[in-house]
Structure formats: structure tokens, C-alpha cells
Design a protein around this ligand. Structure first.
Ligand code: ADP
Length: 512
């Protein structure tokens, strides 16, 4: 293979609330696993530290061993804690299991414990473990607000104790979650919360009306980390222009950089994917047509279009071809809920088919989509599947002609990249990482990069216009479309392609 090996190798420890596939809620989980795997294959030493959630899928872990029993501080007491070592899809993981009630429950988030306090505990317990186990990595890579107390605890506590060598990189995957934390909560991990209640530390000038009682852990993390990364160049620009923490990021712009996420090609490969009944690649798309056929059949969708295709390739009447549009997403406001609902209706009107695979954490949103599902799932062209299913997601991407990502904002977005890898042409709203990965086919000035359909407005008409154009291309020019399918499949959005940028960041802050 053509994997780069770095001669000067580093030890990197990730501290994160999510990891694919055992504790995945969204893209964060995929990013941590994909980046870790890419760095491992370049010759670096990588560990991931993760809370030992009760809900973790243990069948995906191997060689689980208790490695350290130690105490970590919380709320005036020392809590006995176990660290286990295990391997998850080839990646070394250290699981932190406190003896209290933290991280118990049926899902990664939303247990009946105080989430802020649990992640403050976890952040300290990771550093405490490094100290107890005499482990000093070159880089501690923390993710999101959940691990943003680590840089504070490191520079104001553990660096004065025994940890000398590590330097800290923070990746911000989504700026909306800034980790609102009361002073007294921060104090529970052993820091003096009042010390951080200033604008040069953890109080943001925009959040919650300057209330010094309310800290932003993410802000503290930004201020205290050696390097701060966000997940696409366009999102970086957007975060400097408006929103929470913009002024902080402007002040920190020398250490703030945008690196586009990759996708994990070990997981997302239509040529080897174990979840697919038929495999395919850019040179042979027969398997993709079969996947579409099987999924339509399995979900009881109307088969007219595909049967015509299967029986006789040459006499397809373009007008009966049924484009399959898919949307695989958490159903939250960020993802453009009104546009997803509009797409369902508009695709039907255009004579296409649509599958939504999504989980709604909010009861009201769930009911709205349930209502739509009751209305439409009996019909021939729409399936709204309100669940989280990794397995089904592979099948849906493989069956898709078009992958829709109409987000209001999108730091990076993995769905459009996964879709492309599986031969689905993307339709996206021009925001964040979507703007960095999808370029409009009808833009004559950029035909070289052209790989999908892009719209800008947040109104229904803007989306309709993009869908209309996609359906037009699909139906009127099948050869052009087939060329586009091959083109999007051959774009290299792998971590191998972008992990080097993270290595450069690590090298720029490490201590030699
Ligand atoms: P976010 O991190 O905001 O959720 P991303 O596009 O970065 O958005 O990542 C979403 C990831 O989660 C993708 O891998 C997508 O395929 C997956 N995903 C989202 N919803 C579902 C679902 N209901 N079932 C299976 N996978 C899902």
C-alpha cells in the first residue's frame, strides 16, 4: 500500500467522550477512530481514553484487561477507579471506570448523573491515570467541551506534579456546545473555579450575559491548549466571524487551524463492506444497482424503475428511472429539519424515492417525523426510519443515487463524504465543511472540482431548485451521471490524506 510512514514518531493519547463503533453518537466518534487509525498506520503510538460507559458494546472489544486500580479526585473525595486496556477494531483503548454512578445508563449521553460533573471527573481521572501509570505522551489530544478541563488541569495542576512532557491539542467538532459550567462545578474536580471566572480564562464575553458564575469549559480549553483545531477551513472562518467564542478565537488565531475531517476507509469501503449484499467499486457499479434493488425490495418500495433497468439496460426509458435520495442524520435543528421535511415532499412530487434514516433525541421532533412516517411509509416511494442503525446506514448509502445534507450549519459533515465514497452524488447547503467538499456541477468556472449540487438559502425554494437540477441531470443525461458517480467515488477523502496535517500540528507544539 502507499501509506506514509513518519520517521519521527510520536505518542498521542486522545481523551474523548465518543469513539466509533462502540460509543458513537455522531461524527466525533468517527473522527477519533479514523484519525487514530491513520496515525497508527503511519507508525505513531496512539491510545484512546474513553469513559467505560455501561452501554458500551462489549462484543466489539477484545483483550480487555484491568491495568490500573487507582483513586481519582471528585467533590472532596477520592473515588476508586479502574483503568482497563482493550482493543477496538485494532485500536488500543483505555477505559476509565469510576466506582460511583457516573456513565451508567442505556446511552452514551443522557444518563441520570450530572453530565458536566461526570466529564470533569473523567478529565481529571485521565491525567491521574497518566501520573499513576507513569505514562507521558508527547501529545494529549482532547475533544469537545467534555475533555476541555484537561488543559486547565494539566497546566495548573498536573504539570506542577509529575507530568512534564505532554503538550495539548484541542479539536472543536461543534462550537454550539460550549460546555456551560458553574464555578462550583469546576471546583469539584479540584481546581478553584473562581480563578477561571475571568474573560482571559473561561468566561466568554458573549455567553449568558457575562455571568461570571457561568464558565465555558470550551473557552478554557481554547485558552489553555497549545493548538486548537476545528474540522474544516470554512467552519474556521465562520467561527471567527460570529457566534460563541468568536472574540476568543480571534485572539488565539495564531494557534487556531482548520483541518478537514477524513473518513475511515477501513469502515467505509463499498468494495469490502460486510454489510452489503453486493460489493462494488468505481469501475464496476453492478453491485451498487443490486444494493439499490435489494433495499427497495426489503423496504417494500416501488420497484418499477429498477426492474426495467435490471431486465434490459439498453431500453431504459429515462423518465421511469427513479432516483433514490437519502438523508442519514441526527434529527436536530442543526441538520435543517424543515428542509428535510420539504425534501421528502418534493422528491415524491418529482417522482423519486426518499429514505430518511434518523434518530430524534427531542420528543417533539420525533413525533413530527413519526406522524410523517405514519402518513407516508405505507406508500410506494418514501421510507422514514426513526432509529439509529450502523448496519442499515451502510446499506442506505450504497443504495443511494443522491445523498442530501441540507444543514443550517455543518462544522465538517461526514455524511456527504461517506455518500460520495458509496457513489451517491451529494446535494448540500453551502455551509462549513459542506462548502469545502462539494462543488456545484452547474458552476462553469470550477468543472474540475465539480461533484454535486450546492444551494445557499435556508428556504424551501433554494432546496427545490437544487433537487430539480439533480433530477434533471439524472434523467436527461445518464452517461454524464454515471461519470459523476465514478468521479465522486474516486475523490480521496480518507484520513490517510489528511492525518498528515494533524501530525504537523502535533510536531509544531511537541517538546523534543
Ligand atoms: P454529526 O456529527 O453532527 O452527527 P456528521 O455528518 O459529522 O454529523 O456525522 C454523522 C455520522 O453519524 C455519520 O457517520 C452518519 O452516517 C451517522 N449517522 C447519523 N444518523 C444515523 C442513524 N440514524 N443511523 C446510523 N448512522 C447515523
Amino acid at each position: 500500500s502507499n501509506v506514509v510512514k513518519d520517521s519521527d514518531t510520536l505518542h498521542i493519547i486522545h481523551i474523548t467522550a465518543e469513539m466509533a463503533p462502540i460509543a458513537k453518537v455522531g461524527g466525533l466518534a468517527d473522527v477519533v477512530t479514523g484519525l487514530a487509525r491513520a496515525c497508527l498506520s503511519r507508525g505513531h503510538t496512539v491510545d484512546i481514553m474513553l469513559p467505560f460507559y455501561e452501554c458500551i458494546q462489549k462484543d466489539q472489544m477484545s483483550e480487555l484487561t484491568l491495568i490500573t486500580s487507582y483513586d481519582s479526585f471528585h467533590d472532596g473525595k477520592w473515588v476508586s477507579t479502574n483503568a482497563y486496556h482493550g482493543t477496538v477494531t485494532g485500536i488500543p483503548v483505555i477505559f476509565i471506570e469510576p466506582s460511583n454512578h457516573f456513565f451508567k445508563g442505556k446511552s452514551v449521553y443522557g444518563g441520570s448523573y450530572d453530565e458536566m460533573e461526570a466529564y470533569l471527573f473523567f478529565s481529571r481521572a485521565c491525567l491521574e491515570w497518566m501520573q499513576a501509570a507513569f505514562v507521558q505522551p508527547d501529545i494529549i489530544h482532547v475533544h469537545e467541551w467534555q475533555a476541555s478541563a484537561v488543559p486547565l488541569l494539566y497546566w495548573d495542576m498536573y504539570h506542577h506534579l509529575s507530568l512534564r512532557k505532554p503538550r495539548i491539542t484541542l479539536t472543536i467538532h461543534n462550537m454550539e456546545h460550549y460546555g456551560e459550567c458553574r464555578q462550583e462545578q469546576l471546583s469539584k474536580c479540584g481546581l478553584d473555579g473562581s480563578v477561571y471566572a475571568t474573560e482571559d480564562k473561561a468566561v466568554d464575553d458573549r455567553t449568558i450575559g457575562h455571568n461570571p458564575e457561568r464558565l465555558s469549559l470550551l473557552k478554557g480549553g481554547i485558552v489553555y491548549s497549545n493548538a486548537v483545531v476545528t474540522v474544516s477551513p470554512t467552519y474556521l472562518k465562520e467561527t471567527l466571524c460570529s457566534g460563541w467564542l468568536a472574540s476568543t478565537l480571534i485572539k488565539c488565531h495564531d494557534k487556531y487551524i482548520g483541518i478537514l475531517n477524513g473518513i475511515d476507509y477501513a469502515v467505509w469501503n463499498p468494495a469490502t463492506d460486510i454489510f452489503l449484499p453486493a460489493k462494488f467499486n468505481a469501475k464496476n457499479l453492478e453491485g451498487k444497482r443490486l444494493c439499490k434493488y435489494y433495499l427497495q425490495k426489503g423496504l417494500g418500495l416501488d420497484l418499477k424503475g429498477e426492474e426495467t433497468i435490471n431486465r434490459n439496460d439498453d431500453v431504459i426509458d429515462a423518465s421511469v428511472k427513479v432516483p433514490m435520495v437519502v438523508c442519514i442524520t441526527r434529527l436536530v435543528a442543526q441538520k435543517g429539519l424543515h428542509l428535510i421535511i420539504h425534501a421528502i415532499k418534493h422528491v415524491e412530487k418529482l417522482g423519486g424515492q426518499m429514505i430518511v434514516l434518523g434518530k430524534a433525541p427531542d420528543r417533539r421532533v420525533e413525533n413530527e417525523f413519526k406522524h410523517l412516517a405514519d402518513l407516508l411509509n405505507q406508500g410506494p416511494n418514501v421510507r422514514i426510519l426513526l432509529m439509529y442503525s450502523e448496519e442499515l446506514s451502510h446499506m442506505v448509502y450504497a443504495a443511494a443515487d443522491i445523498v442530501l445534507v441540507p444543514s443550517m450549519y455543518e462544522p465538517c459533515g461526514l455524511s456527504q463524504m461517506i455518500g460520495m465514497r458509496y457513489g451517491a452524488v451529494p446535494i448540500v447547503r453551502k455551509t462549513g465543511g459542506l462548502a469545502d467538499t462539494v462543488f456545484d456541477i452547474d458552476d462553469q468556472s470550477n468543472q474540475e472540482m465539480a461533484n454535486g449540487f450546492v444551494f445557499e438559502g435556508i428556504d424551501e425554494r433554494s432546496l427545490s431548485w437544487a433537487l430539480d437540477r439533480a433530477f434533471y441531470h439524472y434523467r436527461e443525461n445518464p452517461d454524464e451521471w454515471a461519470g459523476m458517480v465514478r468521479k465522486v467515488m474516486e475523490i480521496d477523502n480518507s484520513w490517510n490524506n489528511t492525518a498528515g496535517k494533524y501530525i504537523d500540528v502535533y510536531n509544531s507544539v511537541r517538546v523534543r
